[in-house]
Every structure is written in structure tokens, then in C-alpha cells.
Design a protein around this ligand. Structure first.
Ligand code: NAD
Length: 451
């Protein structure tokens, strides 16, 4: 079947009304949860083959992450789908105003390689819960996971409403020529622009979950030991290939001197003296990314790590000091296990530094000073701010996860996932009697206008 026929089939299913039924949505979400539980070992093996992820990390950040998202959604869905009453102006009384979430139709979900289960299936949860039919295009750069999803999803879910198309640029380009009712893309901003352009042809709404450089500011009011542990945890998870990983540390020279040994100790605490042999530490996805990352190493002095082995696609957890703001490593998202420390004079210089760049997906502020925290909140723009913690905000389903400006548009998780795949329809109703609207119709005499 070509992409046109697949989309036509999905549209037929949507138009049949099958996916609108609340019972259908709930049954699909339960089936997806069953799939994640029953097939956990196969999923972990695919993630190990694609990214060297340990089964525990896969459980926490991939399968169980989606299981939790499903459980949260199942717990709230019937309430979220109820028409929501809102107020109406007195001038229009008596009347009732409500809003209702209605499914958009056929959704295209394009997912990346770095969390190839979570970032394919968490949006799918939203699309199912919102009552759409959907086509998933997993990343070709995580081929084991992609083919496993293509095998499992049609077996556990209703294949009339859920399709998987595998492939890379060529297949995605073909898909993007089709008319969808919404496109949910996660990946880099260059392709995000291609997606947005393709969507414009059909006036298709899009959600773009992009990346960029997420800074971690640290000041001397923070407990530097804990701050270092949390930065190291967020940075070296999945070998730094996490969209919300702290990209670089921003701090004063005095704090940098005290923080660097703490980062060294934190790497030892989490990954031991030989991370290469530690099954909890991942691998770089491919040679191209490995070469790009290794080319950054001369941009500073390796205070931690710095060693690498191409044959194993291994780069040690690395902290670079003495990095200049105009060095190549600071010109694009690092997306790997190298953490540069950028020194600035003070808080204001740090805020200026961040405001000169693209709006980050996440910003981390390690400080116990309320004025400092408030300065970051009020004078910078980012998808999210994590205070004294990195990356963990994405596990909170009640707050939106998404970027702003170059880091993306639209958010998801929890209710926002359902909203991302829905249209919020306005329902306004006014009884025919009493006919109060008569007051608003011509002829507009002077007395009438005053009333
Ligand atoms: P990727 O290479 O897997 O690409 C993502 C998707 O785009 C894939 O499905 C791929 O097939 C498709 N694609 C690639 N080139 C295309 C083209 N020319 N036309 C159409 N489709 C194309 O992943 P990536 O982009 O390398 O992912 C890493 C980036 O994603 C980083 O910037 C990271 O920060 C960002 N990211 C963001 C989030 C988030 O939730 N905001 C999550 C993960 C990754």
C-alpha cells in the first residue's frame, strides 16, 4: 500500500465514527499499556541494540514512562472529555456557553531516535485519547525499535485506526505530501521547518517538539554537591542524547572552581571509575554523531573524562573547562555526553548570555536564592524552568511539556496531549424565549444603544 492508500484507509476509519467512542479510546489505551508490559523484554532488547540503553533506564525513561502517562490519562479521560461550562456575558443572557474537545481526524506522528519508544508512544497516547486515527513514522536511526513498533502496534491496537510506516527522509517526504488533520513532530529544528512548510500547504496544524541548548545556571547559594549530582544525572542519561539534558553549565569563575571537582565526584558516583564497562552508561547512536561530538573535545580542557572509542561508539562522560563562548561546541545543541562550563561575571551576565541565544527548551537554575530564581523566571523565555533539578519536569503530567520559539511550538503530556490532538469546539446556546436578542438588532435607535 502506498502512503495515499494508508491515509485514505485511516480517514475512512475516522469518518466511520469508530475512534470517537469513549469506550474504544479506553480499550485502545489499555491495550497499549498491556503491550508495554507484556513486551517489555523485547522492547528493552531493541533499545539496547539501538542505543546501548540498560534495561532499567529503558524501563524508567521509555516503557514505564508511557505506562504512567496512560494510567494518568485513563484516570482522567472521561472528565476531560465532558463538555466544559464557561461563563457568558450578561448582554446575551439567558444563555449557556460550553467547550468540547473534538478529535481533529487523521494524525501524523513523526518521532526521533533518542527515546524511540517514549517519543513515539507518548504522543500516540494523546492521539488515541483524543479519538483520532493515526499514522506513526518512527525514526530510521533506531531501526530495531522502529521495526518492533511496526510489528507490535498493529497486533495490540486497532489496525483500522493505527498504522505504522517505517523509513527515513524519502518515506517521510512522501507522507508529508498527504493531507493530515494534525502533525506531531519531535526532532531537530531543521526538519521541523520542513514539516511546517509541508503542513502549510494543507493548512494542517502542527505541534513541533524541537531541541536546542538548555543551560544550567549554578550559583554559590546552591548545595554544589547535590547540584552536581543532578546535573550529571540529567546530562549523562542516555549518553547525553536527551532533548532536555543540560547542554552547558553557566556560572561564575569562583563557583566553577568549586563545582568542577563536585562534577568529577558525581560522575564517579553514578558511573564508577570505568563508565565504559558500566552497563548503565549508553552509547552514541551512530558514527556521524560520534565524529561530530569528538570534534568538540579540543574546545576545552577535559576536567572529567575526555576519552572515547569509535569502535564501541563510546564517549566517556566529559566535563570541559576553559571553553570560550564562541567555540564550535557552543554554536549548536551538543546532544552527547560533553558538558562545557561557561564562565560569566555574574547573574546579569548569565541572563544576558541566555537571552542572546534561541529560547531554550529547558532552563535549569541551581540556586536557593528566591530573588535569583525570580529573575530567571521573569526575564527569560524557555519551554520550562527546572529549579534545582534537571530534566525531571517532563515526568509531571499536569504541566505542559514543550518548547517556545526555536525550541518548538505546542505542548503535550496529560490533558495537554489530548488537547494537542483535539479541536476545542465552542458550543453556545440561547433559548428562543424570552427573545432578549431583539435588544441587539436594528433599528439602532439612540435609546436602544444606551440600554
Ligand atoms: P531523527 O534524525 O530521528 O529525526 C526525527 C524524525 O524526522 C525521524 O522520524 C526522521 O525520519 C525524520 N526526518 C529526518 N529528516 C527528514 C527530512 N528531511 N524530511 C522529513 N522527515 C525527516 O532525530 P533528530 O532530529 O536527530 O533528533 C534529535 C533532535 O530532536 C535534537 O535536536 C533534540 O533536542 C530534539 N528532540 C526534541 C525532543 C522534544 O521533546 N522537544 C525530544 C527528543 C529530541
Amino acid at each position: 500500500m502506498d502512503s495515499g492508500q494508508i491515509v485514505e484507509g485511516l480517514r475512512g476509519t475516522f469518518e466511520s465514527g469508530l475512534t470517537r467512542s469513549h469506550d474504544w479510546r479506553i480499550a485502545q489505551l489499555r491495550a497499549l499499556r498491556t503491550m508495554l508490559r507484556d513486551e517489555e523484554d523485547r522492547i528493552a532488547a531493541a533499545l539496547q541494540a539501538d542505543l546501548g540503553k540498560s534495561p532499567t533506564e529503558s524501563f524508567i525513561s521509555e516503557t514505564n514512562f508511557v505506562v504512567k502517562e496512560i494510567t494518568h490519562t485513563l484516570g482522567h479521560l472521561r472528565r476531560w472529555l465532558r463538555p466544559r461550562r464557561s461563563g457568558a456575558p450578561l448582554l446575551l443572557a439567558p444563555s449557556t456557553a460550553k467547550t468540547l474537545l473534538e478529535p481533529l481526524g487523521v494524525a501524523l506522528i513523526i518521532s526521533p531516535w533518542n527515546y524511540p519508544v517514549q517519543l513515539a508512544l507518548a504522543p500516540l497516547v494523546g492521539a488515541l485519547a483524543a479519538g483520532n486515527s493515526m499514522l506513526l513514522k518512527p525514526s530510521e536511526l533506531a531501526p530495531h525499535t522502529s521495526s518492533l513498533l511496526a510489528d507490535l502496534l498493529p497486533r495490540y491496537l486497532d489496525s483500522r485506526a493505527v498504522a505504522v510506516v517505517e523509513g527515513g527522509v524519502e518515506e517521510t517526504t512522501e507522507l508529508l505530501a498527504e493531507k493530515f488533520d494534525t502533525i506531531f513532530y519531535t526532532g531537530n529544528g531543521r526538519v521541523g521547518r520542513i514539516v511546517l512548510e509541508a503542513a502549510a500547504k494543507h493548512l494542517t496544524p502542527v505541534t513541533l517538539e524541537l531541541g536546542g541548548k538548555s543551560p544550567a545556571f549554578v550559583d554559590d547559594s546552591a548545595d554544589l554537591k547535590t547540584a552536581a549530582e543532578r546535573i550529571v544525572w540529567g546530562k549523562f542519561l542516555n549518553a547525553g542524547q536527551t532533548c532536555v539534558a543540560p547542554d552547558y553549565v553557566l556560572t561564575t569563575p569562583a563557583v566553577a572552581r568549586k563545582l568542577t571537582p563536585q562534577l568529577y565526584e558525581a560522575v564517579r558516583l553514578l558511573y564508577g571509575d570505568a563508565p565504559r564497562g558500566n552497563p548503565d552508561y549508553g552509547r552514541i547512536v551512530n558514527e556521524q554523531n560520534f565524529d561530530r561530538l569528538v570534534s568538540y573535545l579540543p574546545d576545552g580542557r577535559a576536567a572529567v573524562g575526555g576519552n572515547h572509542t569509535k569502535a564501541a561508539l563510546y564517549i566517556a562522560p566529559t566535563v570541559l573547562t576553559g571553553v570560550r563562548a564562541d567555540a564550535p561546541i557552543m554554536q549548536q545543541e551538543i546532544f552527547g555526553p560533553i558538558l562545557p562550563i561557561i564562565e560569566v561575571a555574574d547573574l546579569n551576565a548569565a541572563i544576558d548570555f541566555v537571552n542572546k541565544g534561541d529560547k531554550p527548551l529547558s532552563l535549569y537554575v541551581f540556586s536557593n536564592d528566591a530573588t535569583t530564581r525570580s529573575a530567571w523566571t521573569l526575564t527569560t523565555s524557555s519551554g520550562a524552568i527546572g529549579f534545582n533539578v534537571a530534566a525531571a519536569h517532563l515526568a509531571v503530567p499536569s504541566i505542559p511539556f514543550g518548547g517556545v520559539g526555536a525550541s518548538g511550538m505546542g505542548g503535550y503530556h496529560g490533558l495537554r496531549s489530548v488537547q494537542a490532538f483535539s479541536h476545542e469546539k465552542a458550543l453556545f446556546s440561547k433559548p428562543l424565549w424570552p427573545n432578549t436578542l431583539a435588544l441587539l438588532r436594528p433599528p439602532f435607535t439612540a435609546e436602544r444603544i444606551k440600554t
